[in-house]
Design a protein around this ligand. Structure first.
Ligand code: ACM
Length: 680
């Protein structure tokens, strides 16, 4: 075998490229390939149990989907899976997830100390399957792999918009596919209480609009996740974000009810009363019930965004605080957290809280989840707390994958920690808050960006090449569909609603040319509540347009490789022509479909952008002198068109802007584009 360093696995002109995400710790690529044809079969060698058997059966059926070749049960095995022992009955923090994958032209082997490592290795095998002119195959290689961080999670908010069990299961499949190992389930908030409590049934009966997980649903999800080596950490957010609890149990509140399920988005005044023993009695029983339902060692009590309005308005609460000598509401909140931590400890659980819970006197084994920056994670570590980073991994902000990819759990303030303190940083979690996400749009909001974050959590720290990340992300985004996650279905749903039978290919062109805005901008756009449907252009659009990013790369490549210049110009011309024609094709549809009326001006602008691009290509090709006035006018127009409307931004502006920039650069910097100097 030809040993190559990790760096060469990043796609480059000279080196091989593997569409793997996360990139493994060590890869050596060999010569040749292992063919996957109708003789392919998988066999377990050595230790075996139901979990491993189920996992190999799932891999066999995944490979059958990927290739269309039915799985074989007998014959000489092509892939041997060999573990030395079982995984823990329930996934453990810090368990050994390492594996080795060896592929030769005649067979492949995944070997691992435990079943969990074998699961990770089998996902890598599935990702490696490719096709060429002759067959499906996997390249010959050897991979030695293990995670950098032990806590690699996704937090999903199932409270603000309801997320049915099958949606969660498909997402768990995709999480396992990119080697994530924690599913943090945000189960209660002002807008909904989502779990059946048998002790306090009014929680779900009055707090959920009928959308809640039965205890049997919860067990099913935990078993499903467990089979994939994923822990399930429940969150019941308190003492704030609790309006939905108070509909059925107003006596828990800090101010007299009545309470109704909150329909708006935001931070609200209702909070639990931290001063009354009956509240702790209720929570003791409730947490005991939930501690029995969720086997994970950790239990999240939320603790974020606690408004103290009700506390300040209550004479009895103020009297209690004064008696305890509390000077601030933060001290009262800290008192509540200490009480809850003691209850959780009594029920055998370690507490997790959002970083607001970090305060003097907090038990050392409380884990801090930082959403407000690396500083609170560093502060927590200095005080001896374990922690995970979520700041920078908020998927609802609709940032590009590159933004998240560049944030490391050990960077900024955490980079200054001692080795001992750094070891307390266990990893991170991406967060999918669901104000602007439904079960329908969820997959396209999570994927593929979460795969880039998964790489940050799994791969060696030096894995930072953004170009390589995007090349692999595009491939992984297509591959993820084999897991069953519906990450690319948003457009077709919008299209079916507004133009049944898919009579509007130009709608595809428009959707691909725009990007959805994040929570900060959407909340300004209209008076959104949980009752307003999310079925607009913005909901069909991706957070990050793959096709526009590709065009940006084409523009960047114009001056890089003269041999391919003409091909690149033609590719740009095709895209700009499509944009240019799209508004004409869509005009009749946009004016008669209420969901699309707001998109008219976006569509007209897309055609203008296409026209500017086409004119720029003419300049590029003819060597004609560019008028400085023309250039200034186009840039002015593009800046205007880059302003968000209809809750989207026209990403198409970017490659055309880049093209104008290239045209306007002095000739010495713009070869061979620079044969079109500007005249002023
Ligand atoms: C949070 O984003 N309020 C944890």
């Amino acid at each position: 075998m030809l040993a190559l360093s990790l760096a060469l696995c990043a796609p480059s002109k000279a080196g091989p490229s593997l569409a793997l995400m996360p990139l493994p710790a060590q890869v050596s690529i060999g010569e040749g390939k292992l063919i996957i044809d109708d003789s392919f079969s998988i066999r377990i060698s050595g230790y075996s149990d139901r979990h491993l058997q189920d996992a190999t059966a799932r891999l066999a059926s995944r490979i059958a989907r990927q290739t269309g070749i039915p799985p074989r049960r007998a014959g000489k095995p092509t892939l041997v899976v060999e573990c030395r022992g079982a995984a823990p009955e329930y996934p453990a923090l810090s368990e050994d997830e390492s594996y080795r994958l060896e592929i030769s032209p005649i067979s492949a082997r995944v070997s691992a100390p435990t079943v969990t490592g074998a699961l990770r290795g089998m996902e890598t095998f599935s990702q490696l399957i490719a096709a060429d002119a002759d067959s499906f195959f996997v390249p010959t290689l050897r991979i030695d792999d293990r995670p950098r961080f032990t806590w690699r999670g996704l937090m999903l908010d199932a409270a603000r918009h309801w997320m049915p069990v099958p949606v969660i299961e498909r997402n768990l499949d995709a999480m396992a596919a990119v080697k994530l190992n924690v599913f943090h389930w945000h189960l209660s908030d002002d807008q909904g209480f989502r779990v059946e409590s048998r002790l306090f049934p009014k929680l779900q009966q009055l707090g959920s609009d009928g959308n809640f997980y039965t205890q049997s649903d919860v067990r099913r999800v935990i078993a499903y996740a467990r089979d994939r080596g994923i822990r399930v950490v429940p969150e019941f957010d308190m003492p704030g974000h609790t309006t939905s609890w108070l509909v059925g149990y107003p006596e828990l509140a800090s101010a007299p009810g009545r309470y109704e399920i909150e329909r708006k988005w935001g931070i609200f005044e209702p909070v639990l009363d931290p001063t009354r023993e009956e509240v702790y009695k209720f929570l003791d029983a409730f947490l005991g019930e939930m501690a029995g339902l969720f086997p994970d060692a950790y239990f999240h009590l939320g603790g974020d965004e606690v408004l103290d309005t009700q506390w300040k308005q209550s004479r009895t609460i103020q009297a209690f605080a004064a008696k305890k000598g509390f000077q601030t509401s933060a001290e009262l909140h800290a008192y509540f957290n200490r009480r809850i931590q003691a209850l959780l400890a009594k029920h055998g659980k370690k507490m997790i809280g959002w970083d607001e819970v970090l305060a003097p006197g907090l038990a050392a084994d409380v884990l801090i989840q930082s959403w407000r920056g690396q500083k609170s994670l560093a502060d927590a570590a200095r005080q001896g707390h374990r922690g995970i980073l979520s700041y920078g991994y908020y998927l609802d902000h609709m940032q590009p994958a590159s933004f998240h990819y560049q944030i490391d759990p050990v960077s900024g303030e955490t980079a200054a920690l001692s080795a001992q303190e750094t070891a307390l940083v266990l990893g991170g979690e991406a967060c999918m808050w669901s104000e602007y996400v439904t079960e329908e749009t969820l997959p396209s909001r999570i994927w593929p960006r979460l795969a880039a974050i998964a790489e940050r959590f799994w791969s060696p720290r030096e894995t930072t090449d953004i170009h390589s990340m995007y090349t692999r992300l595009d491939a992984v985004n297509r591959w993820l569909q084999w897991t069953g996650v519906q990450n690319r279905s948003g457009y077709s749903l919008l299209s079916e609603r507004v133009a049944p039978g898919d009579r509007a290919p130009a709608l595809w062109v428009l959707v691909n040319a725009v990007e959805a805005l994040g929570i900060d901008q959407r909340q300004e756009a209209r008076h959104y509540t949980s009752l307003i449907p999310l079925n607009r252009l913005a909901d069909a659009a991706s957070p990050e347009s793959e096709s526009v990013r590709h065009l940006e790369e084409v523009v960047a490549g114009l001056s890089a490789d003269p041999g391919q210049r003409q091909q690149r110009v033609e590719e740009l011309r095709r895209a700009f022509t499509e944009w240019s024609r799209s508004s004409e094709q869509l005009r009749s549809l946009l004016s008669v479909r209420f969901l699309l009326l707001e998109a008219s001006s976006v569509s007209e602008d897309l055609s203008r952008i296409g026209n500017i691009g086409l004119r720029a290509l003419q300049y590029l090709e003819s060597g004609e002198k560019i008028s400085g006035d023309w250039l200034a006018q186009q840039e002015h127009d593009l800046d205007r068109m880059a302003q968000p409307r209809a809750e989207v931004v026209l990403a198409a502006v970017r490659p055309v802007h880049a093209l104008l920039d290239a045209l306007s650069r002095p000739p010495s910097h713009a070869e061979p584009v620079g044969n079109s100097p500007i005249s002023h």
